[in-house]
Design a protein around this ligand. Structure first.
Ligand SMILES: *Cc1c(COP(=O)(O)O)cnc(C)c1O
Length: 419
């Protein structure tokens, strides 16, 4: 496959090889990123790119669906099994689209939704004002307790009682603690709202039994497939049987045209991988790694939002280091540690240069790193933080990172680049 690409478009081939090298020689700490397996990538880059299959298995608007129907059915059935869901829709193009589609399955424009505010770790599509979800719906946003950095279910309930949302969204993109999904469902029930959980970040942990599942509690659950779940870039909506027709209709024809069957093929492969004991071990190790990394960072004098982590993610509050997130994330990137700057609860700084740094352990865990490697990563982070403007130190760390990464090859087992 790549040798053909190399001949037909050497420019793109070379850029892809550069990206692969970058991924291979750096420590990826962005908690939403991961490395899909070679099998997932092969399924995703297949003949299914050539298909149009609007509709659902058995109810298509195009002929020639002898194989697509089987693949989509396999993806659906495996999703239901992995997550214990009544129904699965595997067609949404991405997590953002899945969220908007899920909302439209239940409410009308102008109705009220309630989600976690973006600066407190919510996603844009949980009703933030610049997102279509904040413009087409009336949006009420809950925040975290500014002292504990945690969800305060009593305050969320008070806000829900005042505002009577039709949908309450649980889930986050930057929250290091276990979320009590039952508490959200209880609140939703008391105010007559639908509870939609967006488990995008933690789907892999849930599939592997390393985080409680929202599926028994929420009316519908949205997720991406490419984060801790380690599939191709895509999305799914799981729901109770009573909502199946509404959800399917909201995705197609409500939101999208033809499903991306190549992605759905990759999702089917990823979900089969997620059903294995190895995957459960990976999910457990993600949390062990995050806890160890958090502990080491605390020992180095870093402040962590909520004091630590119970999942895959750590949010560093840099205020005691007298530094903003962008400066550190850029210095870390030069040293080969890839992270992202992030707001912290009640952030006194501006969102485009906030006071926090967000890191996570799914990608490094996929590469086979364990607790002792977390100690080394914490040491790298600490050294760069203490020498954020010293390019000699940063260059030295960069060399050490390349060496360190060599022992943990990417899971894609690509043959060496042909150069
Ligand atoms: C990543 C993420 C999304 C969006 O997914 P895309 O595929 O980037 O559109 C939605 N919700 C949460 C919680 C996320 O973390």
């Amino acid at each position: 496959m790549l040798s053909t690409l190399r001949q037909s478009n050497p420019k793109i081939f070379n850029l892809l090889m550069q990206e692969r090298q970058l991924q291979s020689e750096s420590i990826r700490l962005i908690p939403s990123e991961n490395y899909a397996s070679r099998a997932v990538m092969e399924a995703t880059g297949s003949w299914m790119t050539n298909k149009y299959s609007e509709g659902y298995p058995g109810k298509r608007y195009y002929e020639g669906q002898q194989v697509t129907d089987q693949i989509e059915t396999l993806a659906i059935e495996t999703a239901k099994k992995v997550f214990g869901a009544d129904h699965a829709n595997v067609q949404p193009y991405s997590g953002s689209v899945a969220n908007f589609a899920a909302y439209t399955a239940f409410i009308e424009p102008g109705d009220t939704i309630m989600g976690l505010a973006l600066p407190y770790g919510g996603h844009l599509t949980h009703g933030w004002k610049v997102s279509v979800t904040g413009r087409f719906f009336r949006s009420v946003q809950y925040e975290l307790d500014p002292v504990t950095g945690r969800l305060d279910y009593n305050r969320i309930e008070d806000l829900a009682k005042q505002n009577k949302p039709k949908i309450i969204v649980s889930g986050a993109t930057a929250y290091p603690r276990i979320i009590d999904f039952k508490a959200f469902s209880d609140i939703a029930q008391r105010v007559g709202a639908i509870h939609i959980c967006d488990m995008a970040h933690i789907a892999g942990l849930i599939a592997g039994g390393a985080h409680p599942s929202p599926v028994p509690h929420a009316d519908a659950v949205t997720t991406t497939t490419h984060k801790s779940l380690r599939g191709p870039r895509g999305s799914m909506i799981l729901c109770r049987q009573q909502h199946a027709a509404a959800v399917d209709k909201a995705v197609f024809p409500g939101m999208q045209g033809g499903p991306h069957m190549h992605t759905i093929s990759g999702i089917a492969v990823a979900l089969a991988e997620a059903s294995t004991p190895e995957f459960a071990e990976y999910a457990g190790q993600i949390v062990k790694n995050a806890k160890r990394l958090a502990q080491k960072l605390l020992e180095y004098g870093f402040t962590l939002v909520s004091g630590g982590t119970e999942n895959h993610l750590i949010l560093i509050d840099l205020r005691n280091k007298k530094m903003l997130g962008k400066k550190l994330s850029q210095a870390l990137d030069r040293a080969g540690l890839v992270s992202n700057y992030n707001t912290i609860p009640n952030d006194p700084a501006k969102p485009f240069n906030p006071s926090g740094l967000r890191i996570g352990t799914p990608a490094v865990t996929t590469r086979g790193m364990k607790e002792s490697q977390m100690d080394q990563i914490a040491e790298f982070i600490n050294r760069v933080t203490n020498h954020v403007e010293d390019e000699t130190v940063i260059g030295k760390v960069r060399q050490e990172v390349v060496e360190f990464c060599r022992a943990f090859p990417l899971p894609d087992t690509f043959v060496r680049p042909i150069v």
